[in-house]
Design a protein around this ligand. Structure first.
Ligand code: 13P
Length: 250
């Protein structure tokens, strides 16, 4: 059995003051969760979120990680900085990073290797564009992204990675993949993991769905056998909505 994992991706939202308000509201609401609960907050909120969630069932994550240990990489944040600030998870290769900040399968791979080296738990994002889905390229795109991301990653390391399947056309659009579409593609991604690492790793790996997941559609998505949780954008910014999603993951 795979334990579901619900992670909020706050993206570039919430100042420190707003982070304090949201986490404080969230803590009692998700206390009895049957799944792993993570909030992936902006860098400037990590230390505060870690302090507020200390001793609770909410883990704190970052939204990116540098591939180098330290040095002349203006604007980047190192693994050691994230760990010391209190992060235990990190999102890698989100489609917004790929789309707006030149992230490639190669840079995703380098960041993943760095996260694994330093003990941060990675959430690696993959997913196709609308034109790719319409062109019948969904599986090909997901395969290329997974194979590229995991280059040089051992089976033992891979077992600790979470994959988030986020069809780009479903992100922030209100258009969710249907339960069956999401389940089918996640099943396919699991088959690619199986090719790379064998049945045990594939069956144990948690693969989330992401893209307009919300309090209304979470039950249907979570009822699918391949879907092990969600990476939630917009709906993670409201304590009420996020806690309903968390409660649905059991
Ligand atoms: P939305 O839930 O806002 O569609 O965002 C999904 C996402 O990109 C999570 O990483």
């Amino acid at each position: 059995m795979r334990k579901p994992i619900i992670a909020g991706n706050w993206k570039m939202n919430k100042t420190a003051a707003e982070c304090r308000a949201l986490v404080t509201e969230l803590l009692p609401k998700v206390k009895g969760a049957k799944c792993d609960v993570v909030v992936c907050v902006p860098f400037t909120d990590i230390a505060l979120a870690a302090e507020l969630t200390k001793g609770s069932n909410i883990a704190v994550g970052a939204q990116n990680i540098a591939w180098a240990d330290s040095g002349a990489f203006t604007g980047e944040i190192s693994a050691a900085m994230l760990v010391e600030a209190g992060a235990s998870y990190v999102i890698i290769g989100h489609s917004e990073r790929r789309q707006y900040f030149g992230e490639t399968d190669k840079s995703v791979n380098a960041r993943l290797l760095q996260a694994l080296k330093t003990g941060l738990k990675p959430i690696v994002c993959v997913g196709e564009l609308l034109a790719e889905r319409e062109g019948g390229l969904t599986e090909k795109v997901c395969r290329t992204q997974v194979v590229g991301a995991f280059e040089g990653v051992s089976a033992e390391q891979a077992a600790g990675v979470v994959i988030a399947y986020e069809p780009v056309w479903a992100i922030g659009t209100g258009k969710t993949a249907t339960d069956e579409q999401a389940n089918e593609t996640i099943g396919y991604i699991r088959s690619v993991v199986k090719e790379l690492y064998g049945e045990k790793v594939a069956n144990g790996m948690r693969i989330q769905y992401g893209g307009s997941m919300n309090a209304k559609n979470v039950a249907g998505l979570m009822a699918q056998p391949e879907i092990d949780g969600g990476l939630i954008g917009g709906a993670s910014l409201k304590a009420e909505d996020f806690s309903i999603i968390v409660a649905a993951a059991k």
